[in-house]
Design a protein. Structure first.
Length: 458
């Protein structure tokens, strides 16, 4: 590596890290990109891998192939490793707990993980969805639950296996619940002899009073109507109090009284909260940076850290604000925000190298999308010159389809997803229902990969 060029280290190849590398690749800097996996993941469609609608390669792409044009410029090094520590004073990071790597400038885009609000023991029984390992784990659990239901000869024993609980009614929870209802109603009938998959219960629990709480109330209400039409049992105002191998306990309001209820289920999916990557704590300890309640790093207006202008934090790990007209507003944890932060962090780094003043981050909000199921979605767009454009139903679903195909990485992935979706639309089939190992084995291996205790075999 050349010693004459500034050394820029980028941690994480999510949306933010990818945009940062692309923006810096033409500059006179040496870039090192470190990620613990060898692939870039299109997380908005990860739930479709978990529900057997798409295969893993359709929503992911090898990092080296994705950045092949940037690699040809000769100033990019890609390393597959996990950053386990950051020493801001020495300007050094530790890889895999052993090697060290020096930098002149650091951009941290390590993303987020699941938050169980102080109940980390729930993770064994209610896995979340952030990585391909999570998706494989959930797919094995869902498919395994139907297989175990087929083996049950007693209706009372069968019911918990055919009851699926999704906790959290944000976009991921809504999409998971709607898709699972469609699988039960349209994909699996006639495939089992002893069970009728159409009798499956999909319950969506939400602590607030609305699903899709970041959307306007009218679209939230439409989303709930569409979920109910699909057969999802939507329960809002429910606070989860316990999760174990046999189900979920939660509190709900009944007038002025609080009722504690029990929901027997062998398959619980967590979509209720996210927290900043554990790397944020290492960064805070080394730099004195503040963390918010979700473990995200509080950044300056230009996305750098106070007292450490050579370090920037972007994406889901950053507690960033948008500086435009009026009061600064928090930046939502969505892919457009991460992409924009990546470009701004790269531009500010180059300004700093030239001796120019950096600029505050301004987030351009183009709107939000969420799909509920077949021919059902909600769209909330901001159209320049026209203002808010909001609609739901079939045309919103078509808009969601084409928007996600457009933003996928690579022509091959776009083509495969289009073919798979078209086939599923006409036939209701989901051909990615293959699991490599029985559900219990795969669950334990996935848990080990994620550094969690092994799950109890079903």
């Amino acid at each position: 590596m050349s010693g004459t060029k500034p050394r820029v280290l980028v941690i994480g190849c999510g949306f933010g890290g990818l945009e940062t590398v692309r923006a810096l690749s033409k500059a006179e800097v040496e870039i090192t990109l470190v990620d613990r996996t060898n692939h870039h993941l299109f997380q908005p469609l990860l739930y479709q891998v978990a529900t057997a609608g798409l295969s893993a390669p359709a929503v992911s792409a090898p990092i080296r192939h994705t950045l092949r044009r940037e690699m040809k410029r000769g100033n990019l090094t890609i390393l597959q490793a996990e950053v386990t520590g950051i020493d801001a004073g020495a300007r050094q990071v530790t890889l895999d707990g052993r090697e060290t790597l020096d930098y002149d400038h650091l951009i941290v885009a390590a993303g987020a993980t699941h938050s169980y609000f102080g109940h980390d023991d729930w993770a064994v029984h209610a896995p979340g969805l952030k990585t391909l390992a999570d998706a494989f784990n959930l797919r094995a659990r869902v498919i395994g639950a139907f297989e175990r239901a087929e083996r049950c000869t007693d209706a009372a024993q069968r019911e918990p296996w055919m009851t699926f609980v999704v906790i959290g009614a944000g976009p991921t929870g809504v999409e998971m619940a709607g898709t699972m209802a469609e699988i039960a109603q349209h994909t699996l009938p006639q495939e089992f002899r002893r069970i009728d998959s159409r009798r499956t219960r999909v319950v969506l629990l939400e602590g607030s009073e609305r699903v899709l709480g970041t959307f306007v109330p009218s679209l939230s209400a439409r989303a709930r109507e569409q979920l109910t039409k699909l057969g999802v049992d939507v329960r809002t105002g429910c606070k989860v109090t316990a999760i174990d191998a046999d189900g979920v306990s939660y509190e709900s309001r009944d007038g002025d009284a609080t009722r504690t209820q029990r929901l027997p289920s062998k398959t619980v999916i967590w979509a209720a909260g996210v927290a900043g990557s554990p790397l944020g704590r290492s960064l805070a300890a080394s730099t004195g940076a503040a963390l918010d309640r979700a473990g995200r790093v509080v950044v300056e207006p230009d996305l750098s850290l106070a007292g450490h202008p050579e370090i920037a934090v972007i994406g889901d790990l950053a507690a960033a604000k948008s500086y435009g007209t009026g009061e600064p507003k928090p930046v939502p944890g969505v892919s457009p925000g991460a992409k924009q932060m990546g470009r701004v962090a790269a531009a500010n780094l180059l300004r700093r190298l030239r001796g120019d003043a950096t600029r505050p981050f301004h987030y351009v909000d183009y709107g939000s999308l969420a799909t509920i199921g077949r021919k059902a979605a909600v769209v909330d767009l901001t159209v320049p010159g026209l203002g808010a454009l909001r609609f739901a139903g079939y045309f919103a679903w078509l808009f969601w389809l084409f928007a996600h195909i457009y933003f996928l990485i690579g022509f091959r992935n776009r083509l495969i997803v289009m073919i798979d979706w078209a086939w599923a639309y006409w036939t209701y089939e989901r051909n990615a229902r293959v699991v490599a190992e029985p559900a219990a084995v795969l669950t334990n291996e996935a848990a080990a990969t994620l550094g969690r205790p092994p799950a109890t075999p079903p």
